[in-house]
Design a protein around this ligand. Sequence first.
Ligand SMILES: Nc1ncnc2c1ncn2[C@@H]1O[C@H](COP(=O)(O)OP(=O)(O)OP(=O)(O)O)[C@@H](O)[C@H]1O
Ligand SMILES: [Mg+2]
Length: 406
Amino acid sequence: MTHRDDVFVAGGQPSVTYVQREEEHIERSFARAVATPNQIVSLSGPTKTGKTVLCRRILGDRQYVWIDGGQVRTSDEFWDKVAGELNIPLEREVTKGGETSFEIEGSVPLVTTASGSKLFSRSVTERQRIASMSSALATMLDQRIMLVIDDFHYLDDEVRTTIMRNVKGAVFTGLKVILLSVSHRVFDAIKAESELTGRFTAITLPNWSKADLAQIPRLGFTELKVPVPDALITKLCDEAQESPFLMQKFCWEICFDNQIEEASLFSKNKIAPSYSVDDMLRRVSNDAGLPIYQKLSAGPQIRKARAKRPLKDGGTADIYQAILLALAATGPKALVPYDELRQELNNLLVEQVPQKHEITSALKHLAVLAREFGKGAAIDWNDDTREVNIVDPYLRFYLRWQVRKP
Ligand SMILES: Nc1ncnc2c1ncn2[C@@H]1O[C@H](COP(=O)(O)OP(=O)(O)OP(=O)(O)O)[C@@H](O)[C@H]1O
Ligand SMILES: [Mg+2]
C-alpha cells in the first residue's frame, strides 16, 4: 500500500500526486519541443514551479545525462562531469621508472620529463579536456543520449556561453540539449552571443492556478482514503502561494499530524475535526521563509546603527524592517505598487514616513540582497513600473504567517 511519503512528495518526484496541468498544454508543448530536431530546448519558470519534475517526467526512461548547474564552476569541470556520467575514462596518472606519464585510455600516452614538466603538463591537461569533451559529444550523438543542464542560471555567464559554443556543432548533427532555468533572461543573452538565434525553443512554465493546485490534495487524499472537505482544499489552495511544493508539504504535514500513514481498508483515516490548519501553516512558514527574511530584514551591512522609527503597535523598526512589515500588510500580494507600499508604511509608523528616495533606495538594496542570497531574486523592484515584486513564494508565505499583523 502506498505510504504517505510516496504520495505527497515535497522536493522530489511525485507519481500519485503528479498533476499534468492539461489546460496549459504544458506537457505536450514540452514533449514536442524535445522531439523537434536540431533545437536547444529551454524551460524556464519561477523557482519550485516544477521544471525539474516536468523534465524528468517527459524524459521518462529515455537516455540522458543530467548535470546540475549548481555543481560545476567551469566548463572543464562541466565536461569532466559529463564524461564521468558517460563512463568515459579520464586521464590516468602513472609513474614508470622516474617518469610521470599521463595516459588517456585509448589514446597515445603523453610523457612528461622533469625538465619540461610545467609547460608540458599543462598541455596534457588541455588535451585531456578536449578529449573528454569530444568523446562525450561523440558518445552522446552515437548513442542518442540527451544532455540536460538543470539550474542553468547557476553557471557563470561566461561558462554558459562556452558550453553553448561547445555543443553548437553537435546540436546541428542531432544532439538534444535541454536547459532549465528560473529566468529566461539567461537564454536571451546566450542566443545573442553564440549565434544560436532561431535554434532555441523556449517553454515557460506558467504559475500554478488554484484548480491545478487542488489536484494535489484530491489525488493524494483519495489514494490514502482520507475524506477531505472542499473548504479545506480551498483554504490550502489560497495559502499555497501558487507553489506545488508548498501544497505537497501542507498535505504531508496534515497526514503526519493526523497519524495517516497508509490507506486503511477500514476507512480509519481521517483528519481530526479539531485539527488546526493555521497552526500547521504557521509552523511550515517558519521553516520555509526564515533564512531569506532574516537576510532581508537585516539590510545591507553598514557601520553605524540605522535609524529606528516608532510603530503604532509599539516597538520600533528600521527602514528595512518597516518595508517588510508594510509588504506583509498588503496580503502580501506578489506585486505591490509603490503607492500601496507607501500607504501601508503610513498606517504602520507613528510619524515621519520615510522620503520617497529613501524608500526606493532601500527597495533597490533589498533586491540586491535577495539576488545575493540565492538563485533568482526573491524580491525585486521595478523602477519603470514602480512595483515591488515578491517573486519567491516562500517569502510571501513567511510574510503572510510570521510578519503580518493578525
Ligand atoms: N506536476 C506536478 N505535480 C505535482 N507536484 C509537483 C509538480 N511539479 C512540481 N511539484 C512539486 O513541487 C516540487 C518542486 O518541483 P521542482 O523541483 O520540479 O521545481 P523547480 O521548478 O525545478 O524548482 P527549482 O527552481 O528549485 O529548481 C516537487 O518536488 C513537487 O513536490
Ligand atoms: Mg529544479
